[in-house]
Each structure stands twice: as C-alpha cells, then as structure tokens.
Design a protein around this ligand. Structure first.
Ligand code: GDD
Ligand code: MG
Length: 351
C-alpha cells in the first residue's frame, strides 16, 4: 500500500544559468555524481516503495524529460499539469487518482531535488512514518534541526516534552519573516520543515475537503474520469482553475492533526549555489568544483561549475559563484545568491 508522489514541477531559478524553465535543476546532475537529482531521488524511494507506485508530478512540458531520465517509469505514472499552480493542486489531484486505485494507500510526498546522504536513516524514518499513518488519521512532516533564521523554510513548533517518537505539532508557520524566524530559533522548540510529507490518501483528502473546499469540489468533480482516457480533457479544462497555493499554506498551517518526526538524516534542499557549495567536496583552496579543471591563485571558497570540462583560471576571487554554460557566464558573489532570481528577470528583459 506504499506510494510516492514526487514533485518535479518547480523551476529552481536561483540555480540559473544551469537551471532554466526549459531544463530545471531536478533534471541536472547538480552534484557531479553522474546522476540527475530526480534520478537520485527516484532510486532512493525504490528502496521502500514499489517502482510502479511512484508517481511523478510535473508540468506537461517536462513529460518527455521525466520518461527519458527515468526509463523504469511508465507514462501513466507521470501526472502532468497543464499550468503551474504550486504544490497544493497537484498533490490533491494525484492523491485522488491514487485513492481511486487503492483506497488504503499511504504515501510520501517528496521534492525531487533534495540532497540526503544517509539513505538508510531516511528509509527508516519513512518506514516509521508509514506505519504511523497507516494506523492514524495524521499528517506527518519530517523536521530538521534549524541552524539559522532561514526565511525560505516552513517552521514547525512542536511539543518537545513528548516522549514518543512522533511529536504533536502545535503550529506550522510557512516562510516567516526574518525577525519571527529568529525568535522561533531562540526558543528551541522549532524544527524546519523538510518539505517531505507522509499521510494516507484518505487523511490528506479529508484535510483538503475541510480547508480547501473549492479546490476539492473542482477536482472531485472529475473523479469518474480519473485513470481513464477522458482524464486529459478534464484536467486541461479544470486544472488551470485551481488556486495557486502551496501545500504548506493550503493545509499544514491550518490542520490540527499535524505531527513531526525529528529526522535522523542530514538534509539539504539544494536551493541555491551556496547550499550546493556546502555539500560538495572542496579542493585544497576550499573551492567546490563541478566539471571544470581549475587553476586557483589566491582564490578560495568559490563555487565553480562549467558545463564541460573546461579549464578555469581564477585569481584573487573569494566567495564567488562562477558558472559557465554555452551561452551564459555568471560571476556573482555568493552573499547575494538569493538575488539571482531577480537578476534573471532583468536578463530576460534585456536579452
Ligand atoms: N509538480 C509540481 N508542480 N511540483 C512543483 C510545483 C508545481 O507547480 N511547484 C513546486 N514544485 C516542486 C518543486 O520542484 C520542489 O521539488 C517542491 O515542489 C517544493 O517546491 P519549492 O518551490 O521548492 O518549495 P519551497 O522550497 O519554497 O518550500 C517548501 O520546501 C521547504 C524545504 O525545502 C516548503 O515545504 C517549506 O515549508 C520547506 O521548508
Ligand atoms: Mg525548495
């Protein structure tokens, strides 16, 4: 009864110029291991979930990329979205499809682009969560020990005194502002939301019908055509009508039956060049290098990546992102990595 929903519809714009709308980061070998992020994630999940029960949720435009990179996946496992509506609509849609197929389904909802080193610990955490969610009507999150007031994450206020492995969540707060995040951190009763969720199809659909009535009515209206030939037409017409909202705001901030499992594995959401730098092995000058052959003089703490194994000579540069692609060369301070999103917009306007 174990299923997975792999979310692979994001664009990863802070990883420009490597990640683009045509070819987002989950389809790239960001770590230089010979595997793309989605391939790594898929193979991690097959350790506990039958291959045929892993569904990939993505935009229609990435359908062929998914099939190409995951040859074991059949077309019916790729759930395509005709419009970008963030994670809530696609999770509801896929959950309804899965429930129609198997009313007792228990699933993990996972991003396709994260770094998890200790896969054994990850699988153990997942298994414990699956067992808990098979028995109870709960929405399970995996919590990460926070290290700084990152405003890009969800924060989980939980009952620290609880002696059981899964802790009751007092309040889930998605992307707080900096001061709030700082205050959360100082109390010590908060975890970061890893963005990996476990629940039964029944529990998540129940939560949607309570907190997202309109969206639920929209998608339930088509239930009789799901998993049939007519599904495509229904989705093309109706999917774009769904509200653009993430699962965090749509459900997790609102539901009272949310629990958290403090994760026992190392986690990194590979959101920016700097977070990738942190996870890569470093050269003696503390540069992280993917593909390039680097000659570094007085140059350290740089993230250097070329698309082929080009020679890169760098002198006198510290804490920079140096990324080369056929048509773009980016040289940008690591401290401003969040702005790459904004810069990309400007580039698109100008060129
Ligand atoms: N199929 C599909 N469709 N996938 C999507 C869509 C969509 O419209 N939008 C985003 N995704 C995918 C992304 O590719 C990513 O794998 C995942 O869903 C999460 O989306 P992000 O856009 O990366 O979310 P976030 O990083 O802002 O926040 C989430 O993750 C954090 C941890 O990395 C939240 O769950 C936070 O609470 C959490 O801390
Ligand atoms: Mg993310």
């Amino acid at each position: 009864n174990y299923y997975a929903i792999l979310m692979a519809g994001g664009v990863g714009s802070r990883f420009w110029p490597v990640s683009t709308t045509e070819f987002p980061k989950q389809f790239h070998d960001m770590l230089g291991t010979g595997e793309t992020l989605i391939q790594r994630t898929f193979s991690r999940l097959t350790k506990i979930i039958p291959k045929e029960n892993i569904f990939i949720l993505t935009n229609q435009r990435y359908n062929d990329l998914v099939l190409e990179q995951l040859p074991e996946v059949q077309q019916k496992q790729v759930v395509t979205e005709p419009a970008m509506r963030n994670t809530a609509p696609c999770i509801l849609y896929a959950s309804l499809k899965i429930q129609k197929d198997n009313p007792d389904a228990v699933m993990v909802v996972a991003p396709s682009d994260h770094w998890i080193e200790d896969e054994t610990a990850f699988i153990a955490n997942l298994e414990q969560s699956f067992i808990a969610c098979s028995k109870s009507d709960i929405l399970m999150t995996l919590g990460i020990q926070p290290t700084f007031p990152n405003t890009g994450y969800g924060y989980i206020h939980y009952d620290k005194e609880s002696k059981v492995a899964r802790k009751k969540v007092i309040q889930f707060t998605e992307k707080p502002d900096y001061d709030t995040a700082k205050q959360f951190l100082s109390t010590g009763n908060y975890l970061w939301n890893a963005g990996i969720f476990i629940w039964s199809a029944k529990s998540i659909i129940t939560a949607f019908s309570r907190f997202q009535k309109e969206m639920t009515a929209l998608f339930e209206k088509g239930i009789q055509v799901y998993n049939t030939k007519e599904e495509g037409d229904f989705i093309n017409t109706n999917y774009p009508l769904a509200e653009n909202i993430s699962i965090d705001y749509a459900i997790l901030e609102k539901a009272e039956n949310v629990y958290v499992f403090p994760a026992t594995f190392d986690w990194n959401d590979l959101g920016t060049w700097g977070s990738l730098y942190d996870k890569l092995d470093k050269t003696e000058a503390n540069n992280a290098v993917v593909n390039a052959n680097v000659l570094a003089v007085n140059a350290s703490n740089n993230m250097i990546r070329t698309s082929s194994d080009k020679i890169v000579v760098v002198d006198g540069l510290e804490d920079y992102i140096i990324v080369d692609k056929e048509d773009v060369l980016l040289i940008y301070p690591k401290s401003k990595e969040q702005d790459i999103k904004v810069v990309l917009k400007k580039v698109k306007e100008k060129y």
